[in-house]
Design a protein around this ligand. Structure first.
Ligand SMILES: Cc1cc2nc3c(=O)[nH]c(=O)nc-3n(C[C@H](O)[C@H](O)[C@H](O)COP(=O)(O)OP(=O)(O)OC[C@H]3O[C@@H](n4cnc5c(N)ncnc54)[C@H](O)[C@@H]3O)c2cc1C
Length: 469
């Protein structure tokens, strides 16, 4: 059969690929998108969305236990794990179906199958019905990433889980070990700990959530410990000895090393959250001359791979591994292909959010990174306990920290922990995008009573004029 011709073929229908396809279609291009598993990619099916659905169940559970505080009563509060998971899977399915409608609406040709690139401008897709050949002058790689495995810590789905297993847990862990305290590890630790698992988090670096500002990490650790988690920092899991039973459960002995000392601890479930690796294999990239650094495709600031007509966006193109970064790169590349002149992405304006309890959100430089970069800084802080809305919500634990360049007033970074900060952070992201200075933020009128007032107060505090402190 003759090859089908398109202006662009996108490989991978995650938030990078499907957004690129829609934007290309808006710009008048003919587009095919190839997906081997689910429309929506990891984000909608096994990442951002199903985790948030599960965390919402944990949040409601947590609040039900606090009913008395609010003058309410809730007796016999319990959970049904399969029902929690069913809701999460249902939400993922609904959204994945929605992407199908968006593809149709935008006249994007969807081909379900496994893609390879036999030569520049050609894509071969192995589908259920055979091989389909496609041709396009531009190909966008948006194949995403998967869980990293470390030797000795390999997941088996029974005793040792990756995020995929943890999203469809076979059982409620009683004694859970989470290896890695990045966003993924901490979100699962938060979920299972809230539902009652005796949870231990091991982090090789000197603090949990090591990419966050040190003050936020310390605040988070205190809060997690208060909720009953054990946090072991500067600790490495050297080995896991598994003793499976006949029912898919059993026991795991973890060999931990910290400060040259080793100890063992027993668990019934381990979640390995030690990072991700790009899906670069099996596409034929090496033969095409596409450069790969460790597990990620090397690109320039416009997501060009250096091989004419081949672009890489999202997780396959490296950090930060975030859906909104993938989508924005998708739009940027679509516009570039269509002959427009998009701006490259500013990495320091991409917010990172962790939806544990309490939530964490940040954008820009941490205090340490700002100093390292040579800035003389002004730092503002405002605690949730000073905010009326936070107290009314029963969420008075939290902090908003802002960092300014003392000379120019540029907002260098913002770091938050507490209720709904994942929604608040966008205020500062817009500020950074508009190159806002402290003056603009000070003169902005924040509605009352809102948690956002703390964003104002933190800025005022950086200049010694906070009102409610
Ligand atoms: C548990 C978890 C929670 C997360 N939570 C968040 C969050 O809250 N916020 C956030 O911003 N990010 C979050 N992420 C990260 C986010 O999911 C990713 O950054 C995002 O999905 C990357 O999008 P992408 O389009 O690059 O790739 P993906 O979403 O990984 O999509 C790639 C697609 O390509 C397909 N594919 C791969 N190879 C081929 C091939 N050869 N042929 C055809 N198809 C192929 C795959 O099947 C997949 O569907 C989370 C990730 C995980 C694992």
């Amino acid at each position: 059969m003759a090859a089908k011709k398109f202006d662009v073929v996108v490989i991978g229908a995650g938030p990078g690929g499907y957004v690129a396809a829609i934007r290309l279609s808006q710009l008048g291009k003919t587009v095919a998108i190839v997906e081997r598993e689910n429309l929506g990619g990891i984000c909608l099916n096994w990442g951002c969305i199903p985790t948030k659905a599960m965390l919402r169940s944990a949040e409601v559970f947590h609040l039900m236990h606090r009913a008395k505080e609010f003058g309410l009563s809730a007796t016999g509060v319990s959970y049904d794990l399969p029902a929690v998971v069913a809701r999460s899977r249902g939400v993922a399915k609904q959204l994945s179906g929605g992407i199908g409608h968006l593809m149709k609406k935008n006249k994007v040709t969807v081909i379900m199958g496994d893609a390879t690139i036999p030569a520049k401008g050609k894509v071969s897709v192995k589908t259920d019905k055979g091989v389909e050949e496609l041709e396009a002058p531009a190909i966008i790689l948006a194949t995403g990433a998967r869980a990293r495995t470390l030797p000795g810590l390999e997941a088996d789905g029974d005793l040792v889980w990756t995020y995929r297993h943890a999203l469809e847990p076979k059982r409620m862990p009683k004694k859970l070990l989470v290896i890695g305290s990045g966003a993924i590890g901490i979100e699962f630790a938060s979920f299972f700990n809230t539902l009652g698992a005796d949870t231990t988090v091991v982090e090789v670096m000197d603090r949990v959530l090591p990419v966050e500002d040190a003050e936020i990490s310390a605040f988070a650790k205190k809060s997690f410990v208060k909720q009953g988690m054990k946090i072991l920092e500067k600790t490495t899991v050297k080995k896991l000895d598994k003793a499976p039973d006949s029912k898919g459960g059993g026991n795991v002995t973890a060999h931990l090393e910290s400060n040259g000392k080793t100890e063992t601890m027993e668990f019934d479930t381990v979640i390995s959250a030690v990072g991700i690796v790009g899906n670069t294999e099996g596409l034929g990239l090496e033969a095409l001359g596409v450069k790969i650094d460790r597990t990620h495709v090397v690109t320039d600031e416009f997501c060009r791979t250096g091989v004419d007509g081949i672009y890489a966006i999202g997780d396959i193109a490296g950090a930060p591994w975030l859906a909104h970064k993938a989508s924005h790169e998708g739009v940027m590349v679509a516009e570039l292909i269509a002959g427009k002149h998009p701006h490259p992405i500013k990495p320091n304006s991409i917010a990172g959010c962790t939806y544990c309890y309490p939530q964490i959100a940040s954008v820009g430089l941490t205090e340490a990174k700002a100093k390292e970069a040579g800035h003389t800084i002004k730092v503002g802080r405002f605690p949730f306990i000073g905010n009326g809305k936070a107290i009314a919500l029963g969420e008075s634990d939290g902090l908003i920290k802002t960092i300014f360049d003392a000379k120019t007033g540029e907002l260098l970074g913002a770091h938050m922990i507490g209720a709904e900060v994942t929604e608040l952070i966008q205020g500062y992201v817009i500020g950074r995008q508009l190159e806002t200075t402290e003056e603009d933020l000070m003169h902005t009128i924040f509605p009352h009573p809102t948690l956002s007032e703390m964003m104002h107060e933190s800025v005022l505090d950086a200049y010694g004029i906070a009102i409610h402190m």
